[in-house]
Design a protein around this ligand. Sequence first.
Ligand SMILES: Nc1nc2c(c(=O)[nH]1)N[C@H]1C(S)=C(S)[C@@H](COP(=O)(O)OP(=O)(O)OC[C@H]3O[C@@H](n4cnc5c(=O)[nH]c(N)nc54)[C@H](O)[C@@H]3O)O[C@H]1N2
Ligand SMILES: Nc1nc2c(c(=O)[nH]1)N[C@H]1C(S)=C(S)[C@@H](COP(=O)(O)OP(=O)(O)OC[C@H]3O[C@@H](n4cnc5c(=O)[nH]c(N)nc54)[C@H](O)[C@@H]3O)O[C@H]1N2
Ligand SMILES: [Mo]
Length: 770
Amino acid sequence: MTRKPPVEDPQDDDPTVGPPLDHAAGLPAVLSAVRHGVAQMGAGRTALTLLRVNQADGFDCPGCAWPEPDAAHRHVAEFCENGAKAVADEATVRRIDREFFARHPISDLADRSDYWLGQQGRLTEPMVKRPGSDHYHPIDWDEAYDLVARTLTALTSPDQAIFYTSGRTSNEAAFLYQLFVRAFGTNNLPDCSNMCHESSGAALTETIGIGKGSVSLDDIHAADLILVVGQNPGTNHPRMLMALDRAKRAGARIVAVNPLPEAGLGRFDNPQTAAGLLGRGSRLADEFCQIRVNGDLAFFQALGRLLLDAERVAPGTVLDHEFIAEHCHGFEAYAAHLAELSWADVAEATGLTREEIDRVHQLVLGSRRIVVCWAMGLTQHRNSVATIREIVNFLLLRGNIGRPGAGVCPVRGHSNVQGDRTMGINEKPPAVFLDALEREFRFAPPREPGYDVVEAIRAMRDGRASVFFAVGGNFVRATPDTDVTRAALARCALTVQVSTKLNGSHAAVGETALILPTLGRTERDVQVGGAQFVTVEDSMSMVHASRGRLTPAHPALRSEVAIVCELAERVLGGRVAIPWRAFVGDYDLIRDRIAQVVPGFADFNTRVRQPGGFQLPHGPRDSRTFGTAAGRAMFTANRLDVLRVPPGRLILQTLRSHDQYNTTVYGLDDRYRGISGGRRVVFVNPADLAERQLADGAYTDIVSEWPDGAGGVQERRAQRFRIVAYPTARGCAAAYFPEANVLVPLDSTAETSNTPTSKSIVVRLEPAER
Ligand SMILES: Nc1nc2c(c(=O)[nH]1)N[C@H]1C(S)=C(S)[C@@H](COP(=O)(O)OP(=O)(O)OC[C@H]3O[C@@H](n4cnc5c(=O)[nH]c(N)nc54)[C@H](O)[C@@H]3O)O[C@H]1N2
Ligand SMILES: Nc1nc2c(c(=O)[nH]1)N[C@H]1C(S)=C(S)[C@@H](COP(=O)(O)OP(=O)(O)OC[C@H]3O[C@@H](n4cnc5c(=O)[nH]c(N)nc54)[C@H](O)[C@@H]3O)O[C@H]1N2
Ligand SMILES: [Mo]
């Protein structure tokens, strides 16, 4: 076992391929968790740290946003294999010091893989890259803050600065960050949501009046039928499998809708039970609909149409007429629209047979309580917002929103991405939020909408923005069109990264660049007023405290709250009367202000100290109150257009392997899909390979095609991927994010939400040279 980072970059990524697994977790998952922990932290620290994850007095797992069970149902080890990897990655004992940056010029870092960069350890002191230099050098905190303040105050307009957030930022830091940015004078607050669940937020706000899921963990446990659509929980939300397992034991049926047969939805060996550890777990999915990429809008329209037809045959027995009459709007137009549904289009879009859809329909008819869960498989397409509106239609028909055991469940990604939005990290803030901010802090926040992620890249590319500031994340690697984004950042006068770990964005620099190293979730945060805790909100609107216990990776690290406040003081001076210094000393004072501004946070400091925290209000869930313009839940009529590709082309989706957290790559294996030792693979159906005379194991370039606006085609190329014959849906292919991001055109985004279409890219495969 080695504590040393790998010396060589595994640039010559050399994947080996075995059969995919049909089951998830069990003992192999526990062993993998411990192995990653010990490699990064050593044995003692591994045991201590992992036992604190998701306990009432511990820290919130920096992995996913899936909620914790109530205290009575919590296990001693309330974490999963991939949560353990996320923790180990942050709590690693490896460190990056100034000698590291002396050895590695920025041009060298730019050539390194995400895996190599992440393996180097925690950032320890502030670093600066000056104009003309290819190196980072140490800089004092004070000097670094002054540099940022000078650059920001010299701008001719605050809108020339962009302030990005990734979803690990705590509520307290996020609230102060948006306060600072708005007091400075802009709404340029793009965040990772723009690439993630923005489509869910947009569709749900429009149809049910609130952009958040309507179910609690108890609803999952009590459901009769759970549809898991466009989601791979075995890898990305492993603790969700425990909830599904519990629902299943109570009699629920589960339907998986996915182009890929993902392992976790096959057999689940619950590692919290003896049978699970021995690999004698239960089968989770009763039906697997192997849908074509982007076929989900058609799928939910088909289910809606079958319900309407069934109602016609047996009036009064299928639809929830009372609910529709009392709480909904637009039913007639919706029903009329579906009367025109073309079954030929449904077959083409979904790739499913009528029998497969009928089987799901029968399950729907037999179920009183239905939950639909989804994640990135639905949100990153051109028609994503329409698809999610269609899920709402489907649920409204039988009154499946705002009733126990039923509802919408967009499963969030980053552990506090939902909380950051609640705190006002939003480039298009609602007016009521700005009004409350204005009342509480007595300044006039800007009312013009700011840039989202895609607009921010365009603004930097076109010279309309020249300062890029990021609290967390890895902008250059997470965003689409990597080369365009890198060039856009290079045009900036100043780029600033507040980070825990080194990543590709530290090598995508403006003329001047700063790295400001910060504390992570697992670490003690001690300020003038004593040890502080922060709070987060999970995917089901539960707000709770998170207390780090480890000694900080380095004494020079500052908390995100401290960094934001120091900057705000220097940039704003006396322009606003906000007690930044007091906020840093005592985070309770920040929470008192949040309580004044954000609905649902009254008595924040008291309620968050109760074990397990508290749940935020949610109109549809709590009282079937729908905060839409009409005051009702909205049925919508959505155009079904089938995503057709030119002959020989495939639809490529970009997804996560089992050994990564977004752009953080923990290892080069994807155990459940049978891949080891490499990431440059493209999964293709064997019949599609045969048709193109391509062989499993051959090397190919992936070339994406996008209209150039002048009647021609723009091409983007990702070189040298190993072809893997894989049981994905016909006509579809898959490759890993972020290696495939070079293929996603910046202008290819979802209607309304502007989310990059990372799950439906038209590509062709060309034999690789060599
Ligand atoms: N370990 C780990 N945990 C994570 C993350 C991580 O990287 N690693 N990331 C976190 C974040 S930020 C997020 S947003 C979530 C992401 O969680 P997921 O959404 O599960 O992540 P992806 O790997 O993008 O998986 C997308 C799934 O959708 C399927 N899919 C693709 N296109 C379609 C389609 O058109 N229709 C349907 N029905 N399915 C489709 C894919 O086959 C795949 O199973 O996970 C969070 N948790
Ligand atoms: N092609 C394609 N692109 C995608 C996706 C896809 O499915 N396909 N998914 C999209 C999705 S869903 C998302 S959410 C985005 C993710 O986009 P981001 O959130 O920008 O990316 P991450 O990889 O999660 O960011 C990891 C970095 O965050 C920093 N970090 C970690 N913890 C902390 C902390 O506590 N504080 C601070 N300040 N920094 C910290 C570390 O330096 C680490 O390197 O990517 C999107 N991009
Ligand atoms: Mo995400």
